[in-house]
Design a protein around this ligand. Structure first.
Ligand code: NI
Length: 278
């Protein structure tokens, strides 16, 4: 684009300014100049200043990743539990496996040493609210407090700034997601495999269901507050590893995700459950 006269140059700059105002999610000056048809190297000295840190946008809830490697995420909700979570951390450490822990704030307050251990041992810690309510059925003010109290407690106890929310019972609505994103830039994390370990307190069943659903990119849901679940883990993890899976955190899985985080009806098909990694 060439700018010949002062008038058209002023108009051009006005257009750019308007464009900048209307494009709060523009990732960079370079990208904006591409949108406007400018060469990325075009000097933009007359442009108004825009933030150097790219603003994030709220993405659809994350259920699983599309990846080219046999990684999957192990996730544990509702802890920390005073006896079971340390036991789980021991067996994860023995197997050099990392996982994501969606913790409840009031339990972090009760067991800060265990929350600290989760972070110190390289696991991901994420928000599962303060008291485990159905977020879609409580007021916006209460949702805000449930998230804020937990966020601040975990930050205070572990030094870790959480970046993800798993809503209890998987229950959320647009308002919950907006509060989570606007206040804390939280990503909403769901799952792709649910062994119903809270319902069926049977280690063999938990193991069978997790193995059945395991696939590259999967997110496995479990609860580290049930003895039967923690008892199922040694053999479950060993069998997953024998089958060639690499177990990791949600965050690590997301870093490998090639899905583009499209809504599920726009995405390419997820790997078939039970498929062996290639
Ligand atoms: Ni829960």
């Amino acid at each position: 684009m060439s700018v010949k006269s002062p008038i058209s140059r002023r108009r051009f700059l006005r257009t750019l300014t308007l464009g900048a105002c209307l494009m709060p999610f523009s990732r960079s000056l370079g990208r904006m100049s591409n949108v406007l048809g400018l060469h990325p190297e075009t000097p933009l000295v007359d442009l108004p200043k825009v933030p150097l840190i790219p603003p994030q946008v709220m993405l659809p809830p994350f259920h699983s990743a599309i990846i080219g490697t046999p990684h999957l995420a192990l996730t544990f909700d509702d802890g920390p539990h005073p006896k079971l979570t340390p036991r789980l951390l021991d067996l994860l450490a023995d197997r050099e496996v990392k996982a994501t822990f969606f913790v409840i704030g009031e339990k972090v307050e009760a067991h800060p040493d265990i929350a600290r251990r989760i972070v110190e041992e390289g696991h991901e810690i994420a928000n599962h609210t303060w008291t485990h309510p159905v977020l879609s059925k409580i007021s916006a003010a209460r949702v805000t407090e449930e998230l804020r109290l937990t966020h601040e407690k975990v930050l205070h106890v572990t030094g870790s700034t959480m970046t993800a929310l798993r809503p209890p019972y998987g229950a959320f609505n647009g308002e919950v997601r907006k509060i989570a994103f606007d206040r804390h830039a939280y990503d909403t994390i769901m799952w792709s495999v649910d062994p119903l370990d809270w319902k069926y307190r049977n280690s063999a069943r938990v193991r069978r269901e997790l193995l059945k659903g395991a696939a590259p990119g999967a997110v496995l849901l479990s609860h580290d507050i049930h003895a039967t679940t923690v008892a199922a883990m040694p053999e479950t993890i060993d069998l997953l590893q024998t089958r060639g899976f690499h177990l990791t955190t949600v965050q690590a899985l997301q870093a490998m995700d090639k899905s583009g985080r499209l809504d599920s009806n726009q995405r390419p098909p997820a790997p078939k459950a039970g498929a062996l990694p290639s």
